[in-house]
Design a protein around this ligand. Structure first.
Ligand SMILES: Nc1ncnc2c1ncn2[C@@H]1O[C@H](COP(=O)(O)OP(=O)(O)OP(=O)(O)O)[C@@H](O)[C@H]1O
Length: 263
């Protein structure tokens, strides 16, 4: 059985006040297996975050369904952890306390909170910064805290919405390497939203290319390349050319026109 199945998913946003509606996603179908590293790739506005939010259970499809281990996703759950573009840390809490916050909510004692936080602090390479506050850390370090916080809950599915988009190219590259290392050592299933073809090719075992407005699955590409990925290799660049071709083919003919349909 597939780990996650997205079946005939459509999402329409209705704006009752303005009397308009917008179809963000149309007939989305795919399934993924456990331990895959799936990149959802597409241009701005193609519905990547909308799809991720529905997998997280923050929102529901207008029609169709999303199943995890055969069970329909209806709401948020501890089996899914989310990492956002901005790590949304609590500025008044230290790194360690930000990471263990959910354990505190669950009633774990202080020793357990500290020990568990330390495990994930070490995992994401923040050893020595346990007592620092978010404003004392760089953007990349804050994002590591966000990742550690998501990992601590031990979710079987980690959802990442352009987590490295705000980072400089050097930090981004370090973080990509680090994430692949964590994924390889601690086997998790990851769905990672990006609009960068290169990032998807560096990270993914599978790339789901979405087409533009309304988002549809354009192509699903299974990647069988050695790691770390060699961005200068022939195979890497063949994939890159293919994906750029798909995105180019799919340029939005309606670009510049209003995107809302009047109901
Ligand atoms: N809550 C909402 N209400 C109304 N429209 C929405 C809502 N959320 C998203 N949309 C619309 O749905 C479409 C898809 O948005 P979404 O944020 O999922 O795209 P995206 O691919 O993640 O874009 P980006 O890469 O720019 O973040 C957009 O046209 C957006 O305006």
């Amino acid at each position: 059985m597939a780990f996650l199945e997205v079946k005939n998913v459509e999402k329409v946003f209705k704006d009752e006040k303005r009397g308009t509606e917008l179809k963000a996603l149309d007939n989305i179908n795919f399934s993924i297996m456990e331990n895959e590293f799936v990149c959802l790739l597409g241009g701005s506005g193609c519905g990547k975050s909308t799809l991720l939010n529905m997998i997280a259970g923050f929102d529901k499809p207008t029609s169709g369904e999303i199943l995890m281990n055969g069970k329909k996703i209806e709401r948020m759950g501890a089996d899914r952890g989310m990492v956002f573009q901005q790590p949304t840390l609590m500025p008044w809490l230290t790194v360690s306390k930000n990471i263990s916050f959910h354990l505190k909510l669950k009633g774990a004692n202080k020793k357990k909170q500290k020990e568990e936080a330390q495990k994930y602090i070490d995992m994401v390479g923040l050893t020595g910064f346990e007592k620092h506050y978010p404003h004392e850390l760089s953007g990349g370090m804050n994002q590591r805290v966000g990742i550690a916080r998501a990992l601590l809950l031990n979710p079987s599915l980690i959802l990442m919405d352009e987590p490295f988009a705000a980072l400089d190219p050097f930090t981004k590259s370090d973080m990509q390497e680090e994430l692949v290392r964590i994924w390889q050592e601690h086997k998790r299933t990851i769905i990672f939203v990006t609009h960068s073809v290169e990032e998807a090719l560096i990270l993914g075992t599978k790339i789901i290319v979405l087409s533009k407005r309304p988002g549809r699955v354009n192509k699903i590409i299974d990647l069988d390349m050695d790691r770390p990925r060699d961005t200068t290799s022939t195979i890497f660049n063949q994939h890159k050319r293919e994906i750029l071709g798909l995105i180019h083919e799919n340029k939005d003919p309606e670009a510049g026109r209003p995107i809302h349909q009047v109901i």
